[in-house]
Design a protein around this ligand. Structure first.
Ligand SMILES: C[S@@+](CC[C@H](N)C(=O)[O-])C[C@H]1O[C@@H](n2cnc3c(N)ncnc32)[C@H](O)[C@@H]1O
Length: 200
């Protein structure tokens, strides 16, 4: 019997159809959002350009100290309604084309919140994240224990929280990031897992 494709999904259709309708909801509760914002406030390099990868209408970034924020996601209406996107956004399907439409070393930080489970070509995407970060720039990937199950990869839907942390660590370590670390800050509501690393 053939081994299952761990990067396949229950719904293999193109992502454009799934994300065509805006979803102006938050995907984690207030305590998890506050914990994520505190991680960003601690780790984002002050004043440097930020890319919000797999963005929507809220980015959970700190209110102060940010550089220009660019965004990439699947729904233009959502990103047009995001007050923290100050440097423009692109609609771009990373599963169709993992190449990021930005120059080398364009950002001091790339954040990817509660979305990494939808990537079917994660190593290609994280190699690109490393390319668009300046050397020493930080990638911060966060997730909880929720997902759209039909659109998450099988490795995610089959895995535990600990498996998810190990998987995302492997994405960063496997694409050359340094100083890869993980944490689970207390939230009071939804669990939050954060994996970060620095571009070389
Ligand atoms: C659960 S939402 C999270 C949105 C936002 N990051 C947040 O923290 O609320 C998942 C996001 O992943 C994005 N996404 C899903 N599949 C994608 C793909 N193939 N390429 C790019 N973005 C994708 C969607 O646009 C959506 O905004």
């Amino acid at each position: 019997m053939a081994a299952p494709d761990l990067f396949a999904r229950a719904d293999p259709s193109a992502d454009g159809a799934f994300y065509v309708m805006p979803r102006k909801v938050v995907h984690i509760e207030a305590g998890a959002i506050a914990a994520l914002r505190a991680v960003y406030a601690r780790d984002l390099p002050p004043g440097e350009p930020v890319l919000d990868l797999m963005s929507s209408w809220r980015s959970h970034l700190p209110e102060a100290g940010l550089g220009p924020v660019s965004a990439l996601g699947m729904n233009a209406d959502e990103m047009a309604d995001n007050p923290q996107i100050t440097a423009g956004f692109v609609v771009h399907d990373l599963n169709a084309d993992p190449a990021l439409p930005y120059p080398d070393a364009a950002f001091g930080a790339v954040v990817c919140a509660v979305s990494v489970q939808y990537l079917t070509r994660p190593l290609e995407v994280f190699a690109e994240v490393g390319r668009v970060l300046r050397p020493g720039g930080v990638a911060i990937v966060s997730f909880s224990n929720r997902c759209f199950p039909t659109k998450a990869i099988r490795a995610w839907t089959l895995g535990t929280d600990a498996d998810h942390v190990a998987l995302v660590r492997a994405y960063l370590e496997g694409t050359g990031f340094a100083d890869v670390r993980d944490e689970a800050p207390p939230t009071g509501d939804d669990p939050l897992f954060v994996v970060s690393g620095r571009a070389r």
